[in-house]
Design a protein around this ligand. Structure first.
Ligand SMILES: Cc1ncc(COP(=O)(O)O)c(C=O)c1O
Length: 459
């Protein structure tokens, strides 16, 4: 990427703009703020998940339809949050609603298999090129099972993961998600930093952290732990620091490295699968790993998860030596929603629509970045994209450390005050698009972005 002449962000100006935007936002959310005081009498913090309470306050949602949502105060937004990227089909899609209603009338749970499994299994097998699948209820469960399969098949304990990626909240992988820069250690040997309290050090001792997009550093982790690494898990395109794409050859290099060392490679496609292309990262980047984990968009808006792998990896399960279990695994409602989503809604043509909206956003935002000489750039692939507030391309977590979070917070506030809902915590403003997003929806985002660009450049 060519280095261009850019302005410097004026952080004092940004502080003042944040204060103005917060003052405008607060009165719009009276009902949300009041409701939280009711909920918090019996529900910890007044929210169901800690990350629903992000600054400046939790916003409670009333309903959604297509690309739009309405909050408890009646404010309407174009939704680019989409439930952390799950609602790529848009809200209340008629086909998925119908499938759920129909299934609900026939009974929603038996903890016995139903005859809905094969159509979904065949669909994801075709999309991701892996022959065998199991279903679960979240991305966390899917990556937990993936780690176990890699360990079960190798008899080894160590897992290599990327600094700055999230794979769910279980103890095997809840490390170095967005680690404090003071704790991360040298780049050649990043510290394994717990991202939650209550995780014993013994779990940290089983995880090696490496930077994204650097094959040599991954190789170092394998060499220094020869014969001890069960596998590596990677988000094939990082989605937690904006969207960070893999450098050409990187993913194939990781696969070869794992195999040379008798280890496995898992793609965590909880965010990329079903969003960036029909066949997720496997199709988009042309590399087929040993395991793929799915969740979010796979289920069309109900709790869901899936693990796909080779026959070899599922060997212990096939032979009855190892169980992947769960009361709600393959739940009929989940299966009904996933079937309608995968077979009827997220068809290959749906991805053409996502690509078109992605282009409209990028083509709208790029000239604004140039005109206002912002130290920023825009990346997108299928339903996922982001503006990253750095003049040079971010290739790994450490490249984002110098980016002041007040910039992304202001960008979030300005969109929020102007009818665009982005994920709270969306560092580097990652968005998700749905097939219901219209050209007008894209225009609203771009116009708001221009208001932001004008404000931060003092024009
Ligand atoms: C890449 C990735 N893996 C796993 C998870 C965990 O998924 P869940 O929240 O469904 O447990 C997430 C959640 O954001 C994720 O982004």
């Amino acid at each position: 990427m060519a280095v261009k002449e850019t302005i410097d962000f004026d952080l004092d100006l940004i502080d003042r703009l944040i204060a103005d935007e917060e003052a405008t936002l607060e009165p719009k959310h009276r009902a949300s703020i009041e409701y939280r005081t009711v909920a918090e009498r019996s529900v910890t913090g007044g929210v169901a998940s800690s990350w629903q309470a992000s600054p400046p306050h939790a916003i409670f949602i009333d309903r959604g339809e297509g690309s739009h949502i309405w909050d408890l105060d009646g404010n309407e937004y174009v939704d680019y949050h989409l439930g952390y990227g799950a609602m790529v089909i848009g809200h209340a899609h008629a086909k998925v609603v119908e499938a759920i209603e129909k299934r609900a009338r026939l009974g929603t749970h038996f903890a016995q298999p139903t005859a809905q499994l094969h159509e979904i299994g065949e669909n994801v097998a075709e999309r991701f090129g892996l022959p065998l699948w199991r279903f679960c209820n979240s991305g966390t469960e899917a990556t937990l099972e993936a780690v176990r399969l890699m360990r079960a098949n190798t008899g080894r304990d160590l897992i290599v993961k990327i600094e700055g990626t999230y794979h769910g909240h279980h103890d095997s992988l809840m490390f170095s998600v967005a680690p404090d820069p003071a704790l991360i250690g040298p780049r050649e040997h990043p510290a394994t930093v717990p991202q939650a309290m209550g995780i014993p050090q013994a779990f940290a001792d089983l995880v090696r952290v490496v930077p994204f997009n650097d094959l040599a550093e991954a190789e170092r982790a394998f060499t220094e732990n020869e014969g001890r690494v069960a596998g590596m898990i990677v988000e094939p395109a990082m989605m937690n620091c904006g969207v960070v794409l893999p450098q050409p050859g990187y993913l194939q290099g990781l696969l070869d490295l794992c195999h040379r060392n008798g280890a496995y490679l898992a793609f965590d496609e909880v965010k990329t699968g079903c969003t960036i292309a029909w066949g997720g990262a496997v199709e988009a980047f042309g590399v087929r790993p040993d395991i793929v984990t799915l969740a979010k968009a796979f289920g069309g808006g109900v709790p869901c998860g899936a693990i796909g792998a080779t026959e070899e990896l599922f060997g212990p399960v096939l032979r009855g030596e190892h169980d992947i279990a769960g009361t709600f695994n393959g739940n009929p409602l989940t299966m009904a929603a996933a079937r309608a989503t995968l077979l009827e809604v997220l068809t290959p043509e749906a991805y053409e629509r996502l690509d078109a909206i992605d282009r409209a956003l990028k083509d709208g935002i790029r000239p604004i970045i140039d005109r206002y000489r912002l130290p920023a750039y825009v990346t997108g692939i299928g339903a996922k994209g982001s503006v990253t507030y750095a003049a040079r391309e971010v290739r790994e977590y450490r490249d984002t450390i110098g980016i002041d979070e007040r910039i992304t917070y202001l960008a979030w506030l300005m969109q929020q005050n102007r009818g665009v809902f982005k994920s709270p915590w969306s560092k580097q403003e990652t968005w998700t698009l749905s097939i219901a997003h219209s050209d007008d929806d894209a225009r609203r985002y771009v116009e708001n972005f221009e208001a932001f660009a004008a404000a931060v450049s003092g024009t």
